[in-house]
Write a protein that binds this ligand. Structure first.
Ligand code: NAG
Ligand code: NAG
Length: 280
């Protein structure tokens, strides 16, 4: 089996995962935190030198027609789609912290290369212990993703996929000012599960969900200053009191844990699953 390393935006996934992993990071041991900080945080978050892709955050007070802010969207590129294995193939490959060296050897990736760090990052961040009614799990195939969603919503619930649809023109910058072309539409749901691609040689998605209405999902038509159009999906998290105080969203928005809800657009190749809304 030949593998190409999925090269979609590591930073964006990482940012969203760290954000979403609040109840996880609270449980992380000191050792693991140090490990992660040493291994990847240098590459990740330097707010004095913000990367274009940090520009995904906003707050609910921005949810009005005419609001304009710089937003970063990768270009739609099928080559950047995570490479999905079948469930059988994926289940046959080890995926666990004690197997890290074997996994690196299997893909001929050295521990200190960017890919090696990314693999370690993904494996460590996928060691999840969700609490309460939060769903958090990494899945290694589309089947497993659908199973997780079905299991979370119950066997008799249908669900739909929501994702940002990006229409980039040729040669327009990935970071540009976008204007909300219409009043954001709140999708009427109490339940959502979002799945974010993780950096890995094949598709691994970090899925997390909220079934208590605490995460609101919006559809927002965006118009870019260079004529690009995005049918964006965005989510707003009501309660950030458990998030890491150093989380990027707080730095970008000048906020603190628990100081108010924060929102972000959903980048390309990220999936939001919502129970089917019956039209009366
Ligand atoms: C962050 O970026 C600034 C400006 O490029 C640089 O001077 C600084 O050393 C960086 N900080 C870290 C912790 O990498
Ligand atoms: C967005 O617009 C503001 C105000 O006109 C401008 O200062 C800023 O440079 C623009 N940002 C981008 C990324 O184009």
């Amino acid at each position: 089996m030949a593998f190409g390393f999925a090269s979609y935006n590591f930073l964006i996934c990482a940012l969203l995962v760290l954000q979403c992993g609040y109840s996880i990071s609270a449980r992380m041991t000191i050792e693991r935190r140090m490990y992660l900080e040493e291994e990847i945080d240098d590459d990740l978050i330097n707010i004095t030198n913000p990367k274009p892709s940090y520009n995904v955050w906003f707050t609910p007070k921005d949810l009005y027609k005419g609001f304009t802010k710089p937003v970063y969207f990768e270009k739609e590129d099928p080559a950047k789609m995570p490479y999905f294995l079948s469930k059988e193939e994926a289940d046959a490959i080890p995926f666990a912290i004690p197997e890290l060296d074997n996994i690196l050897a299997r893909f001929s990736i050295s521990r200190n290369s960017p890919q090696g760090k990314a693999i370690a990052y993904t494996i460590y961040n996928c060691d999840l212990h969700p609490t309460g009614h939060m769903i958090a799990s990494c899945v290694s195939s589309l089947e497993s993703m659908l199973d997780l969603v079905q299991k979370s919503y119950g066997p008799n619930t249908n669900f739909d996929l929501y994702t940002s649809v990006i229409h980039h023109s040729e040669n327009t910058p990935l970071l540009q000012n976008y204007t909300f072309l219409d009043t954001p539409y709140q999708i009427p749901t109490q339940k959502m599960i979002a799945c974010h691609p993780m950096p890995y040689p094949y598709a691994i998605f970090y899925c997390h969900g909220h079934l208590d209405g605490s995460t609101k999902v919006y559809k927002i038509p965006l118009g870019g200053e260079y004529g690009d159009r995005v049918e964006a999906i965005a989510v707003c998290h009501a309660d950030t009191s458990g998030w890491d105080k150093d989380h990027i969203s707080f730095k970008m928005l000048h906020m603190k844990p628990g100081s108010g809800p924060v929102c972000h657009v959903i980048p390309q190749n990220n999936f939001v699953w919502i129970p089917t809304i019956s039209v009366q």
